[in-house]
Design a protein around this ligand. Structure first.
Ligand code: DQA
Length: 146
């Protein structure tokens, strides 16, 4: 079984985008580390970023057919807005960890609510790009246990 890592809008700009919040790593660099970390444990890791809500939804639907056993998702701004993306995750019924690079709880109040957290296995925020690695480790442990 495979792990799918999903990145929402504007995360293609990582590395240059508000580095005080999001760090200096690029998305390509983060993805490469995740793919290698999964490969070292014999698991395929797919990554996908989109600025378009419907493409993220369709990628989640595809995960039901392609052998994905666990999802790691940073929904980015859709965290705070998207019932549709939430419903897609509920529909495919795959376990997921929600990741945010920044600590959303010490930022603006509109970032404090997530449409995903009550469905997630767990939520990681404020730990920068390492948060994805921690989430991936949980995904790999979960797949190994099943
Ligand atoms: C984010 C936090 C969101 O509030 C924001 O809209 C993002 C990125 C994070 O990774 O810290 O785009 O999900």
């Amino acid at each position: 079984s495979r792990v799918l890592v999903l990145h929402g809008p504007n995360l293609n700009l990582l590395g240059t985008r508000e580095p005080q919040h999001y760090g200096a790593d690029t998305l390509a660099g983060i993805n490469a580390r995740l793919i290698e970390r999964a490969r070292a444990r014999g698991v395929a890791c797919d990554t996908f970023q989109s600025n378009a809500e419907h493409l993220l939804i369709e990628r989640i639907h595809a995960a039901r057919e392609d052998g994905t056993g666990f999802i790691v998702i940073n929904p980015a701004a859709f965290t705070h807005t998207s019932v549709a993306l939430r419903d897609a995750l509920a529909a495919v019924d795959l376990p997921f960890v929600e990741v945010h690079l920044s600590n959303v709880h010490k930022r603006e109040p509109f970032r404090h609510h997530s449409y995903f957290s009550d469905l997630a296995v767990g939520v990681i925020c404020g730990l920068g790009a390492r948060g994805y690695e921690f989430a991936l480790d949980i995904a790999l442990d979960s797949l190994a246990a099943h």
